[in-house]
Design a protein around this ligand. Sequence first.
Ligand code: PEP
Ligand code: MG
Length: 593
Amino acid sequence: MREPARSGERIFRGIPVSPGVCRGRVLVFGKPPDDLVPERHVAESELPEQVQRLEQALVETRRKILEVQRQVNQGVGAKDASIFDAHLLVLEDPTLIDEVNRVIAEEKVTAEFAFQKVANQYAKTLSAIEDEYLRERAADMRDVATRVLNHLMGRDEEIDLGHLKEPCIIISHDLTPTRTALLDKKMVLGFGTDIGSKTSHTAIMARSMRIPAVVGLQKASRELRSGEQVLLDGYNGQIITNPTDQTLFEYGQLVRKRVTLEEKLREVREQPAVTLDGASVVLSANVEQPSDTDGVLASGAAGVGLFRTEYLFINRETLPTEAEQYEAYRQVAAALKPQPVIIRTLDLGGDKFLSHLQVPQEMNPFLGWRAIRFCLQERDIFRNQLRAILRASAAGNVKLMYPMISCLDELNQANALVEVCKGELRDENIPFDEHMETGAMIEIPSAALAASSLAKRVKFFSIGTNDLIQYTLAVDRLNEKIAHLYEPTNPAILRLIKMTVEAGHQHGIWVGVCGEMAGDPLLTPLLLGLGVNELSVAPPSVPQIKYLIRRLKLAEVKVLAEFALECESGAEILARCEAHVRAAAPSLFENQK
Ligand code: PEP
Ligand code: MG
């Protein structure tokens, strides 16, 4: 990573979550954070321009409100549209406008900073008043202030990200996984967010869609303006404004090196994932939506190790029917036949929600009504999905997997419901695979500790390290402020993985890893050394993981794992893993500047 910015450039540093380099115009999107505008001083000569920008923003905001008022008027009638009158009054309030102009002139600051300052003071004063009518005016004030600030800062909250007209780089405070799934890949060159982390579903989606992305940029959405030219570096996690010719030249070289590496990696596509000393590994791919199937086939993966079905449920007004789900699962199963497709039952909650289900907001959504807990209570939704998966099993090699199993009782209940669904299908003469295998995700420490009991009731385990790490270390997987504590090589995590592998093998079942740890080449030798049989990774990561597996020796990675299980420091384990991979496959490191 290059350190200081060259003249004219500004560098925003964050966490790289999806590889690739792109260059283009910024589009600042989304709801702004509360303390949106940084204090920025301007020269005396620029003050008239700031006053003019303010006037223009007020005029434009007024025009937009009148337009919305007209639409509402046509739709629901004049009574509801009259709420906009209060907003228009705020925009025309001479005391407010004079005060903003005074702050611009006296404090020599930008129009947006002055407007935010004065509007916040107004809203604060109004909300402290006991009169209910006046307190409501505080809400009007905040609403209008956001509109004016959005205009001054070139942000757009209402833009439809699925139908952009020009290619751009999206910059936002946050981007939900639901919104990310809607991005138009042809128009979104890349995206950056102020918050977020590597194992958020937003980041996972970006990798799967091959959109370069950087998260945890802290202030990017406040400081970047729509229209600015930037370069986004998804390998090293930075955004550079106004890149100089020298910077562009260096990035050109980086991209060329990457293309060469990818060509080399493509050569192993048809080769088996076997170590130098003959140990076979099942290398599968994770899919987020049925359209990812082509990417899986092209990647050289041996099937699907995790089909996250949530995206069939979100971004729509109603729940998908059994028939719709069946069709989606059938398509993937048929396309990959005879390779296996592991369909994970619904994992809603955490950072993925359905707007139409009106699930109450929770204080700790990742610890709350999520995944199997939700499904075991919303039995109709669960039954529909189980029936659809069972039916799809007639079209290919389908396996079913439950997320978030925390105790034996949940697994027993889920298995019992599968039996009920099988009985129904038999009665209805609907074909399904009687021998369809069922597995459990091990992603909660209690499940790893109880793995021996669970192993007797399933045909495989798949370790969900994204959650296993967050629950074991008590580190929110979405929070960039504690990202340094999110440590896959922490000895506690490795012991839980080992425990799960041993319990699985003792009961004659295979054990995979489908969390993001599986797709991190630095950790491949360690996981194989711990005895993991299958790795399921995002399709773009398949070639490099396969390339690496083919350069490892099982005997050596076992020694590495033995060292790791004795070692007390996660950092030391990681360093040893990196040394191992650098020695085995030095070319994988060539995309680093
Ligand atoms: C995991 O937790 O590792 C996993 C694969 O599931 P998800 O990322 O969807 O929670
Ligand atoms: Mg999980």
